[in-house]
Design a protein around this ligand. Structure first.
Ligand code: DC
Length: 222
């Protein structure tokens, strides 16, 4: 089975690239951020402090997460409930970022992520897939994008979903979250030493997907 790790900060467009490339190659796409978001949602709904590692670790045994695919689209099931849309709300993004710093949370999700690659060729997107989850991935790509492009895309995405926000708020939240994700001690969002760097600022989507697929097929020979 082949493993492709596509890592990068929030809003770099890595999920869209990973999803499209997986569809084109007929591989399974795994969005690992959705797993952290689901734990963030659980913590939020249970009124816990997402920075209280003891409290969060204590409730982890109550969390059951499954990934399901319908027409190739990933759905996250948290304790039997489809939370795929709810986990995208901005407050849940912040909770996800906070709980993702807790080592017990990362350990809890490690198995779920590794299991996904046992039965399928996967394209997995996240922050530490190439460094921690699959240091042996056949292909590692680290996606970057210029900051203003990133904030603009995220803003548009939220507005289209009917979330009330401003460009300034989106930019501020994004900076806070990216700085936290890149500087944390555990699994920081940094490229693996053997990752291919991919700047996703300027190429139109189709062309960017072509390039990603070429990086993959050049390595695994499909
Ligand atoms: O990719 P995303 O925005 O859906 O991720 C939500 C949060 O989860 C993000 O702030 C960082 C965290 N995360 C992580 O720590 N490791 C991953 N592999 C994926 C996401």
């Amino acid at each position: 089975m082949y493993k492709v790790a596509i890592d990068g900060a929030s809003g770099t467009g890595k999920s869209t690239l990973a999803k499209r490339a997986a569809k084109r190659l007929g591989w399974v796409y795994v969005d690992t951020g959705a797993l952290y978001r689901s734990i963030g949602l659980y913590v939020y709904e249970n009124g816990l402090d997402p920075e209280d590692a003891d409290a969060v670790s204590f409730v982890l045994p109550n969390v059951r997460l499954e990934l399901k695919y319908e027409d190739g689209v990933q759905h996250v099931i948290l304790n039997g409930r489809d939370v795929s849309d709810t986990i995208r709300l901005p407050e849940i993004s912040m909770y996800a970022s906070k709980v993702s710093k807790i080592p017990q949370v990362r350990a809890f999700l490690l198995g779920t992520q590794r299991d996904m690659a046992k039965k399928n060729n996967v394209i997995m997107d996240g922050r530490d897939i190439g460094t921690v989850i699959f240091p042996d991935a056949e292909v590692k790509i680290f996606v970057t994008v210029r900051e203003e492009i990133k904030a603009q895309r995220r803003y548009k995405e939220l507005i289209e979903k009917g979330v009330e926000t401003t460009y300034e708020d989106v930019l501020r939240d994004m900076r806070t979250r990216d700085a936290a994700d890149a500087s944390r001690d555990i699994a920081p969002c940094v490229p693996a030493s053997d990752a291919v760097m991919f700047d996703n600022s300027d190429a139109p989507l189709d062309r960017a997907v072509d390039m990603i697929c070429k990086i993959i097929t050049d390595k695994v020979g499909k």
